[in-house]
Design a binder for this molecule. Structure first.
Ligand SMILES: [Mg+2]
Length: 273
């Protein structure tokens, strides 16, 4: 069911309203479009490695398998996708490198695609608006004005997240509350960030509001009794719904699906803020 006159889809109308005390955001695909197209880098890279193992699978078959686990693990730290790659290589009789080596390879490849975007932001030839999910700044501004503390947790390495949050001029909204992947990957997860947040702020059901375009964050926000807004953003076109994301977000338990934050007034009203 859609909120009349908007593109806001309400999947679970029974969620608790008007109680939100803190908001948590994923970064890539939820606020930032800087890393748009990352699967087109990660999936072929992994297929290339698997194609060199002593099995007779077709590239198409491998691509399907890779896409399945890459997307299932999206939202967790990147290293988990690389750990799975190493396992898949081993299962096919190959000898994998350390997962962190694949992570570095992936990042070097991705950086070729996206470094120009970061430079364009820094030199002002592109505006932050063009590389953000539409309405991001307005949404953050509104939530802050409502007195809601804002947190950001990303599966991308923290150093990159901090740099890209800065490039999009969003740092002021989050202050110290920016979390991302670290080398000791066992010491960070979105689940840990959420559990700490719930404990520190003593959040009750309906008091945590979570925004994300990945399976993991939606699942964790729901587990914590929060309201989960699934952001089915079409990162390439910056408008309309990505159907594949929408399906996954609904499976993960999202209460509401939005393509972006253009219908801000409707969303704020829906949440009872
Ligand atoms: Mg994301």
């Amino acid at each position: 069911m859609f909120l009349p006159g908007t593109r806001i889809e309400v999947a679970h109308p029974e969620f608790l309203r008007g109680k939100v005390r803190a908001a948590l955001f994923d970064f890539d695909g939820t606020l930032s479009l800087i890393r748009e197209g990352w699967p087109e880098i990660m999936i072929p890279m992994m297929v290339g490695h698997l194609a060199r193992t002593p099995t007779a699978e077709t590239r198409e078959g491998l691509a399907q398998r890779v896409e399945e686990f890459v997307m299932r693990l999206n939202g967790k730290q990147t290293i988990y996708q690389m750990i799975q790659l190493a396992d898949e290589i081993r299962a096919r009789g190959g000898t994998p490198l350390e997962p962190v080596e694949y992570k570095h390879e992936y990042h070097a490849l991705l950086w070729r695609r996206i470094s120009g975007r970061v430079t364009a932001l820094e030199t002002g030839t592109m505006t932050a608006e063009h590389l953000s999910v539409p309405g991001s700044r307005e949404l953050l501004t509104r939530l802050r004005a409502l007195g809601c503390p804002l947190y950001l947790a990303s599966g991308t390495d923290l150093v990159y997240v901090q740099n890209e949050v800065g490039a999009l001029e969003l740092a002021e909204f989050f202050g110290e509350h920016i979390y991302g992947a670290i080398d000791q990957y066992q010491n960070f997860s979105k689940k840990m960030v959420i559990e700490r947040l719930v404990a520190e702020l003593q959040l009750q059901p309906g008091e945590l509001l979570g925004f994300g375009d990945g399976f993991v964050e939606i699942e964790e926000v729901k587990r914590a009794g929060g309201i989960a807004i699934g952001v089915a953003s079409d990162e390439k076109h910056r408008t309309g719904i990505n159907d594949w994301k929408r399906k996954r977000l609904l499976q993960a338990g999202a209460d509401v699906i939005v393509p972006d934050y253009r219908d801000l007034e409707g969303l704020i009203e829906l949440l009872g803020l």
